[in-house]
Write a protein of this length. Structure first.
Lengths: 114, 105
């Protein structure tokens, strides 16, 4: 597609439920990133996929968070047993291999845990 | 860990005023990106600076990369309400905490 697509755009879930957030990167972009942005805050790095290499998971805040990227394209971020502090906007970005020239972001998924 | 510190955190100015926001680090970077994020949207890349001392202009926005490639600044001339947003500097997947700019009509 022309841009990075994220779905759903909004998700309200009950505390303790699992959620899956989806990211469709720009076709041909081999690098994919997930970030979390709490209300009024900057970007918190979560995880980075580059081609077929093992992902950099160093930003995942707990073992309730996981992500996978199938076929080098679509990625899913899963949050298990959601907590209220997980409420935030989850942003996905993609880029060409090894670029230092910036990323293209999706519009994000706003997650609200009630 | 390479950290990017941005200042000021918040800035509220009147339309027509000039402003400068800063991005600083103790590390040397091979490049630096600036993004603007509007409410409800993801950040949008404005510019990448690569060479120490480089100056890039984007309409009323002027970006400068420090000679030592440890810092950068963004200057906006005659700010408009449409400039309102969160300005982020970034290197690879590391981002600063941002400057939240509000331009009042």
């Amino acid at each position: 597609g022309a841009g990075v697509s994220q779905s759903p755009s909004n998700k309200v879930t009950e505390k303790g439920k699992d959620v899956e957030l989806r990211c469709d990167p720009i076709s041909g972009h081999t690098a994919l990133y997930w970030y979390r942005q709490s209300l009024g805050q900057g970007l918190e790095f979560l995880i980075y996929f580059q081609g077929n290499s093992a992902p950099d998971k160093s930003g995942l805040p707990s073992d309730r968070f996981s992500a996978e990227r199938t076929g080098g394209s679509v990625s899913t971020l899963t949050i298990q047993r959601t907590q209220q502090e997980d409420s935030a906007v989850y942003l996905c970005a993609s880029s060409w291999t090894g670029t230092n020239y910036g990323y293209t972001f999706g519009s994000g998924t706003r997650l609200t845990v009630v | 860990t390479q950290l990017l510190e941005q200042s000021p955190q918040f800035l509220s100015i009147q339309e027509g005023e000039n402003l400068t926001v800063y991005c600083n680090s103790s590390s040397v970077f091979s490049s630096l990106q600036w993004y603007r994020q509007e409410p409800g949207e993801g950040p949008v890349l404005l510019v990448t600076v690569v060479t120490g001392g480089e100056v890039k202009k984007l309409k009323r926005l002027t970006f400068q990369f420090g000679d030592a490639r440890k810092d950068s600044s963004l200057h906006i001339t005659a700010a408009q309400p449409g400039d309102t947003g969160l300005y982020l500097c970034g290197y690879k997947y590391i981002f600063g905490t941002g400057t939240r700019l509000k331009v009042l009509a």
